[in-house]
Design a protein around this ligand. Structure first.
Ligand SMILES: [Zn+2]
Length: 322
């Protein structure tokens, strides 16, 4: 980890990448979103859109990117029949999760072929391609994807499941206080972040959180993963012009994005502003401000990680000197 140099910070404005969408014209607003969400259209969920909407309303989530597994026999069904557009103030964007660790977000038809063919077919429809479950990707022999999950809740729980003692403690904690139990699974995703930094040394690869919400884990009558908990736990914020599919996708593509673990503390968009981080971290690339610990990481780009009371809190996306 190299320290952040002031000169690089001063040159920062907005992230840049090849083929970036046009610069925004209207003032940017902070929208709280979730990506990687399953409904009853997936074989492994019974969740309804009404339940997802209620959870979003409770957690003040502005947009939700649905990523159902393509239904067997009629893969387009979820894209055709799933909610799109604004519902009671919450924007629904449709997409798919493919079994080769890809999310297609903002698509209208299912895509086929190799990973690379899928990525290109997603783009041909104006959608975005994100790598999900990066820990399962053996060969990174594909390119042109827009981003990757730097966090996937399901993957973290699978890790805990390997240790029966840890899993037992988690279930016990869940009986007492579900939100506290979820907080206890927080751990810096070292391997994902290392891969993310490696990719970003070459080009912008946008980091998102994968909620991977199914509302399908019930242990002895206790629902461990109700949508309002799995969606509220971690969010992906965008700085976008307006709450429309087009504007949210443009922000996601451009990397005007940060990830926040909101059971630690509500997200604070001020930490998405490079100048504020510069003020706090200075030359050393490390600093404290109002109880927030910041670490800047630079490798041809700059990004930050913010912790509160030693707990992971916010991850900024890479920004490059213009
Ligand atoms: Zn999933």
């Amino acid at each position: 980890m190299r320290p952040v140099r002031r000169i690089a910070w001063l040159a920062l404005l907005l992230p840049s990448c090849a083929g970036a969408p046009p610069a925004p014209v209207k003032p940017l607003r902070d929208f709280r979103g979730v990506l990687h969400v399953h409904s009853f259209h997936s074989h492994d969920s019974k969740g309804t859109f009404e339940e997802i909407l209620a959870a979003c309303r409770k957690r003040k989530i502005d947009f939700v990117c649905m990523t159902d597994h393509p239904p067997k026999g009629d893969p387009d069904r979820s894209l055709r029949e799933g909610w799109r557009g604004l519902h009671d103030g919450v924007l629904f964007i449709q997409g798919h999760e493919y079994s080769d660790q890809l999310l297609g977000v903002g698509i209208r038809e299912t895509v086929h072929g190799t990973r690379q063919e899928k990525i290109d077919a997603i783009h041909a429809q104006g959608g975005l391609a994100f790598v999900c479950h990066p820990e399962e990707v053996k060969e990174w022999d594909f390119d042109r994807f827009d981003g990757m999950e730097i966090w996937n809740t399901h993957a973290r729980v699978k890790e805990i499941q390997k240790d029966l003692k840890q899993m037992g403690a988690l279930l016990n904690a869940a009986k007492k206080d579900l939100e506290q139990a979820w907080l206890s699974i927080l751990k810096r995703p070292d391997a994902n972040l290392a891969k993310w930094d490696e990719l970003n040394a070459k080009r912008l690869v946008v980091g998102i959180a994968g909620n991977d919400a199914h509302q399908n884990v019930n242990v002895l009558g206790l629902q461990i993963d109700p949508y309002d908990v799995s969606l509220g736990f971690v969010t992906t914020h965008v700085l976008a012009e307006e709450l429309t599919e087009e504007s949210v996708l443009a922000a996601l593509k451009a990397g005007r994005v940060y990830v926040a673990f909101e059971f630690v503390a509500p997200a604070d968009p001020r930490w998405a502003v490079p100048e504020r981080i510069l003020e706090a971290t200075g030359e050393a690339g490390h600093g404290r401000d109002a109880g927030v610990e910041l670490v800047g990481i630079m490798d041809g780009f700059v990004r930050y990680e913010a912790t509160r009371d030693g707990k992971l809190w916010q991850f900024g996306n890479p920004m490059r000197p213009k």
